[in-house]
Design a protein around this ligand. Structure first.
Ligand code: ZN
Ligand code: ZN
Length: 292
């Protein structure tokens, strides 16, 4: 219980700084699957998003916590209809926050206004652990924090479950975005239930067929159940979005204002287009059969 207590009272910023330091160093000293230039500049630009988010959150996190506590005080939500032990409620809470995030993320790929915010995250052509921070602050505040309040109201989740959820999700996010070699057996074991780095790499693939897949952050189960799981071999991957290629379009200031610009989605001209012509590629790829 003391470990759980520590987690529930841990300052999220310390968690992020600690994970970033560990993963960024590992990427620097070990072999990486994708080559990388100007890591320092890339890191600095991505940290700027976190700085703005932290400043805005001084105000917005209090609103989120206030709303969820109000819902809890009035016992609003499905889990208030049943008696569940504290620990079970925490774990179910983490699953249901992740479930809600899956649907919001999926909607962010189809609703134009949400995509304008979300494409900032997908614009990164050189993904590494610092890409975890590369979200438009308005997306995290207006879309995902509102989503957490909705999840709390529908399912009856509390702030403790949300704090634990953030602890778990940040560990997964750093694993998923890091530019490190992971053993492939992970995909066929833990990867049946949890999101593995190779799953999320598919999500950052340039071609929209692949970008619109593997939406989950913690439980890949959601993608497997709701038919959005896709796979492609790591060696065929090319990250980013065609419309955001070029150094000036990768800058913090351009990406912050890009949300308010009309930018057409451009289909990737490269890689798997030959196989794309007739049938969706790699969804049934024989090189990787993942048993359910
Ligand atoms: Zn996405
Ligand atoms: Zn990502």
């Amino acid at each position: 219980m003391s470990i759980l207590n520590t987690i529930l009272h841990l300052d999220q910023n310390y968690l992020i700084i600690g994970l970033l330091a560990i993963f960024f160093t590992l990427e620097q000293v070990s072999g990486t699957p994708f080559s990388f230039k100007n890591r320092g500049k890339h890191l600095f630009q991505n940290i700027l998003y976190q700085v703005v988010l932290t400043a805005l959150n001084v105000f917005f996190v209090s609103i989120q916590v206030y709303c969820i506590e109000w819902l809890n005080t009035h016992e609003i939500g499905l889990l208030y209809l049943v008696e569940i032990p504290f620990i079970a409620k925490l774990l179910i809470g983490v699953m249901l926050y992740d479930f809600t995030t899956y649907w919001i993320h999926r909607a962010s790929h189809t609703v134009p206004f949400l995509w304008r915010l979300h494409r900032v995250h997908h614009s990164d052509t050189t993904m590494d652990s610092s890409t975890v921070l590369r979200f438009h602050p308005l997306e995290l505040i207006l879309v995902y924090q509102t989503g957490n309040i909705l999840a709390a109201g529908i399912f009856g989740l509390d702030v403790n479950a949300m704090v634990l959820y953030y602890f778990v999700i940040y560990i997964f996010l750093f694993l998923e975005h890091s530019n490190l070699h992971y053993p492939t057996w992970l995909n066929n074991t833990f990867g049946l239930i949890f999101v593995m780095p190779d799953h999320h790499r598919v999500h950052h693939q340039q071609e929209q067929f692949y970008t619109d897949s593997n939406y989950a952050d913690i439980f890949i189960l959601w993608d497997r159940i709701f038919g959005t799981f896709k796979w492609m071999p790591v060696e065929k991957m090319k990250y980013g979005l065609v419309e955001f290629e070029g150094e000036e379009k990768q800058s913090f200031l351009y990406l912050m204002k890009s949300t308010f610009l009309h930018i057409e989605r451009v289909e990737s001209p490269n890689l798997n287009t030959e196989t794309n012509k007739n049938s969706p590629p790699c969804e049934e790829d024989n090189s990787f059969k993942t048993p359910l």
